[in-house]
Design a protein. Structure first.
Length: 318
């Protein structure tokens, strides 16, 4: 590879050796033209590089703008879905919950969960009883209200739930979520049935207890118990007794009738999240009740996992 200077000298030697001296000026002119073309080529190369950089820059700008539009579109869909959820919750709950507001003022309410300690419960006379899921199989009390979410757990005795006499049945639904625990639509029709939406961190809702059930979803915290508790407080009782809310080890958990809890395949992960969610739920309940229902006394009957959180009442040593 030789440079332009070496190429010029080589041409000169060839010309002189070939005695073509008459063409020397012409060769010089051609060489000058070649140098100019080389300079133009370099300028063109620089221009091409500038255009290439501009194309890359504009392409990056286009990609950035495209991502911005996609994010804005996603936010619009998010807001639209949130608005639709809010309207749906408000429309349904306005029909369901206002009539129960303060309905139990001055009365005692007993919330019955299906933990083993339920076997030690001695029914409190002249009390309103609220049951969750399979606690309806406990036959020592007449239930006034029954809350159900998990169809997987209650499917085998759902007919008993629907046919339970003189009792309002509240059937919960997760908004826009269909799972094996969702209650089928055909089960949501019948006498004394009320439907409601459950909060599960959907959209802008934070999982918590909301003061107004007529415009907000009921809390979940991975247990129907918290929906029933929100309703119990909404009725404004004088005392709220917690029965069978054992909060014991979920992996070895048994119900009051000796049946084992139905566990998912991922037991370890579910167990840990279940424990965390429940702990959050009870803390939120305590905070919420102290702020919005300071005159309602919450009492744990024969507590296990909730020992010391509320007022404890022991009717038997177990």
């Amino acid at each position: 590879m030789i440079g332009l200077s070496e190429f010029r000298m080589l041409l000169r030697k060839l010309l002189f050796s070939s005695k073509i001296t008459n063409n020397l000026m012409r060769i010089d002119c051609l060489f000058d033209e070649l140098c100019k073309l080389n300079d133009k080529l370099e300028d063109l190369s620089k221009e091409i590089n500038c255009i290439r950089k501009e194309i890359i820059y504009n392409n990056d700008k286009f990609i950035s703008y495209q991502e911005k539009l996609l994010n804005e579109f996603s936010n619009i869909k998010y807001t639209q879905s949130n608005l639709f959820m809010s309207l749906s919750v408000n429309d349904l709950h306005q029909k369901v919950f206002p009539k129960y507001r303060n309905i139990n003022t001055g009365k005692n309410v007993v919330l019955i969960a299906p933990g083993p300690s339920l076997n030690f419960y001695k029914p409190i006379e002249n009390s309103i009883h609220i049951d969750v899921n399979r606690a309806c199989l406990f036959d020592k009390v007449q239930l006034d209200y029954l809350f159900v979410i998990d169809y997987k757990v209650t499917k085998n005795f759902f007919n008993k739930i629907k046919s339970y006499p003189n009792c309002k049945k509240f059937l919960g639904a997760f908004f826009n979520i269909g799972t094996d625990i969702s209650i089928p639509f055909f089960e949501k029709e019948g006498q004394d049935i009320e439907n409601y939406f459950i909060d599960c961190n959907n959209f802008d809702y934070q999982e918590k207890f909301y003061p107004d059930l007529s415009t907000s979803p009921l809390p979940s915290f991975w247990s129907v118990t918290f929906s029933a508790l929100a309703f119990a407080l909404w009725t404004n009782p004088k005392k709220l007794y917690l029965v069978g809310c054992d909060e014991s080890d979920f992996e070895s958990y048994e119900y009051f009738n000796g049946e084992k809890a139905i566990l998912p395949d991922n037991v370890s992960g579910f167990k840990e999240n279940h424990k965390i969610k429940h702990a959050q739920g009870w803390k939120e309940l305590k905070r919420f009740a102290e702020v919005y229902y300071p005159t309602t006394e919450i009492i744990s009957v024969n507590p296990v996992g909730l020992r010391g959180m509320f007022k404890d009442l022991y009717t038997i040593t177990h």
